[in-house]
Design a protein around this ligand. Structure first.
Ligand SMILES: Nc1ncnc2c1ncn2[C@@H]1O[C@H](COP(=O)(O)OP(=O)(O)O)[C@@H](O)[C@H]1O
Ligand SMILES: Nc1nc2c(ncn2[C@H]2C[C@H](O)[C@@H](COP(=O)(O)O)O2)c(=O)[nH]1
Length: 228
């Protein structure tokens, strides 16, 4: 039984890989609340006003997802509570949260993380982090086409996205809730290239076998087409 959490910048391919991995490993995917998130468009229209509210929305859904996942013990999460503070801290650092909001946020987050320590399973089994450059990130954001994420919607998003990328390296280095591994999302097109996809899946399966989370005899499924 395995809980895998994915991480990575916007458009890195987390949702795509979550869907593929869940199918490949026969586990249940948990996706981020994006299309059903009423605060996200408000945030992009007025980040100063909505940064705290958006974070509380994400934190709440991520807390629910990680609790469910640690209970089910058979899941893949496309982003998780462990990445939540990265976003909020970055927004706070550019002046989008008051001192009171920052204090309240960390108190809430610490409370939630404390609750997780009482779960029978306390941590995920593996973090799969997808690295992408700024150029790849922008191409993917354009490909996905959400209007409010485009640079044409707000030119300051270029700085926001570049800043976000800078926060990821120290975050990944510091992350220690589980074993971890990185995928090169610039070079490996696991969405439209079957060879690259198989390489990525092989890397993840090898890591899970190393960790004793998959039997060494585990073989890839033959009855599903993973790229659809
Ligand atoms: N490795 C990849 N190669 C090519 N296209 C990709 C890759 N990963 C994601 N995409 C495309 O980029 C867009 C964003 O991917 P998505 O999985 O939604 O990213 P995330 O969940 O990390 O924001 C989608 O249109 C997806 O098809
Ligand atoms: N301010 C925050 N924004 C967030 C957070 N998590 C996700 N997001 C935004 C970024 C994208 O516009 C969208 C979906 O993210 P993907 O990486 O899944 O494409 O939501 C957050 O915690 N704070």
């Amino acid at each position: 039984m395995t809980v895998i959490v994915l991480s990575g910048p916007i458009g890195a391919g987390k949702s795509s890989l979550t869907k593929i991995l869940a199918k490949y490993l026969g586990t249940k995917p948990f996706y981020e609340s994006v299309d059903n998130n009423p605060v996200l468009p408000l945030f992009y229209a007025d980040p100063q006003k909505y940064a705290f509210l958006l974070q509380v929305f994400f934190l709440n859904t991520r807390f629910r997802s990680i609790k469910d996942a640690l209970t089910d013990d058979n899941n893949v999460l496309d982003r998780s509570i462990y990445e939540d503070a990265l976003f909020f801290q970055m927004n706070a650092d550019i002046g989008r949260a008051t001192t009171e909001e920052v204090d309240t946020y960390y108190e809430l987050l610490n409370n939630m993380m404390g609750q997780l320590e009482h779960m029978p399973k306390k941590n995920p089994d593996l973090l799969v982090h997808i690295n992408v450059s700024y150029d790849t990130m922008i191409k993917r954001i354009q490909k996905r086409g959400r209007p409010y994420e485009q640079l044409s919607y707000d030119a300051t998003l270029e700085d926001y996205y570049k800043r976000l990328l800078r926060y990821y390296e120290p975050w990944y280095e510091k992350y220690d809730y589980s074993p971890k591994m990185e995928i090169n999302g610039d070079e490996l097109d696991f969405v439209s290239n079957d060879h690259d996809l198989q390489l990525v899946l092989d890397q993840i399966v090898a890591k899970l076998k190393d960790l004793g989370k998959l039997p060494t005899s585990w073989d890839k499924p033959t009855n599903i087409k993973i790229s659809q």
